[in-house]
Ligand binder design. Structure first.
Ligand code: PLP
Length: 398
């Protein structure tokens, strides 16, 4: 048997994709399963975006493009950054990749050497630590539980920084917690970072448009413009425009870093799909009113799911400020079920398995996101599904 690389032995497959796959398998076997594991909008890609892609195919726009993205899409991204965020970038500071995941992958491989530390607040998006590990880096997890609204403090950040710290990752609105940092909170974090000029800031703004509390989007660069020369702003069309399958992510940042990221991309995937790039350009340049109805639906579901969870014994949940997930503290419920001998261990993984087996509801255990004792429920599914699923969980816990 050929031995696998240390690199691949250090990582695990994405647990969120694994839950979705397991739920699909049970469903295919005829079991009545409601999947709340999905990390993608349940809406269709807006029609005008699809039409642009169909027209691109008909026009023969089906060949290689520039590795870092077409001039048209880069221009659309530059305008988007200016319009929505007030950031100025040139085309050489922009890179288009095959999804937000590849953007983060390119970035991490461009700046992390073996042994370098990457500060990641938990709960975190599942891929940050594993991608850091692929690069040989050391994820340094800073925990923020429900008691602190899932947001780390400046003091916590300060404490986590060492001479080996190379990158700090911030994701607001957050997958999985739904937490959204305020401008003042970002300022406080930014002030700590200003004292440590060797640290690169990666701000993952993937859920920028899925804001559920009516506030305006801000990121750490709005709060601390002095970080511009060492911040990479990551974003994409996957969540805002229901375009997860098209695989387009993008970023803006310092030219030498973006060029390095492009070099990595040129030796791995080359350009993202030409057709998807046309679709993304249309999404960014076109009528933005397609986002509103999706956000309105997420708001209604957010309220419903949070209320339903808080009505259950031993469950606590905050109303999400953004994204489309509820991140529930189920520590007490898990303890009770375990004490009654219903779980084989006192863990969120055992609890999630119990929910799948006995309630037919698929959720993702919090430990997948670095937060034990929690579960993530995606509300990117219909109200009918949510009512049914939460009714089943409530019945099981009562
Ligand atoms: N960043 C966050 C916080 C996410 O939740 C996701 C997707 O789940 C991504 C990035 C990556 O998105 P994409 O599908 O564009 O790779």
């Amino acid at each position: 048997i050929v031995e696998l690389s240390k690199r691949v032995q250090a990582i695990k497959p994405s647990p969120t994709l694994a839950v979705t796959a397991r739920a699909a398998r049970l469903k295919a076997e005829g079991k009545d399963i409601i999947g709340l594991g999905a990390g993608e909008p349940d809406f269709d890609t807006p029609q005008h975006i699809k039409e642009a892609a169909i027209a691109a195919i008909r026009a023969g726009f089906t060949k290689y493009t520039a590795v870092g993205g077409t001039p048209g899409l880069k221009k659309a991204i530059i305008s988007k950054f200016k319009r929505d965020n007030g950031f100025d970038y040139t085309a050489r500071q922009i890179l288009v990749s095959c999804g937000g995941k590849q953007s983060f992958f390119n970035l991490t491989l461009s700046v992390i050497n073996p042994g370098d530390e990457v500060i990641i607040p938990a709960p975190y998006w599942v891929s940050y630590p594993d991608i850091a590990l692929i690069a040989g880096g050391r994820p340094v997890i800073v925990e923020a539980g429900i008691e602190q609204d899932f947001k780390i403090t400046a003091a916590q950040l300060e404490k986590a920084i060492t001479p080996r710290t190379r990158m700090f990752v911030i994701n607001s609105p957050s997958n999985p917690s739904g937490g959204v940092y305020t401008l003042d909170e970002l300022k406080a974090l930014g002030e700590v970072l200003l004292k440590h000029p060797g640290i690169l800031v990666a701000t993952d703004d993937m859920y920028e448009h899925i804001l559920l509390s009516g506030e305006k989007f801000v990121n750490i660069l709005n709060a601390c413009p002095d970080l511009y020369s060492r911040t990479v702003v990551l974003n994409g069309v996957s969540k805002a425009y229901a375009m997860t399958g098209w695989r387009i992510g993008y970023c803006g940042g310092p030219e030498h870093i973006v060029t390095a990221m492009e070099n990595i991309q040129s030796q791995s995937t080359s350009n993202p799909a030409s057709i998807s790039q046309v679709a993304a350009e249309t999404a960014l340049n076109g009528d933005q009113s397609c986002i509103g109805p999706m956000v309105a639906a997420f708001k209604e579901r957010n309220q419903f799911v949070t209320n339903a969870l808080n009505a259950m014994p031993g469950v606590k949940c905050l109303l999400s400020g953004g994204a489309f997930y509820a991140f529930a503290d189920t520590r007490e419920a898990i303890g009770k079920l375990y004490a009654r001998g219903l779980l084989n261990e006192s863990s969120d993984i055992a609890f999630s398995e119990y929910l799948l087996e006995h309630a037919g509801v698929a959720v993702v255990p919090g430990s997948a996101f670095g937060s034990e004792g929690y579960i993530r429920l995606s509300f990117a599914t219909s109200m009918a599904n949510l009512q049914n699923a939460l009714g089943r969980i409530a019945k099981m816990l009562s």
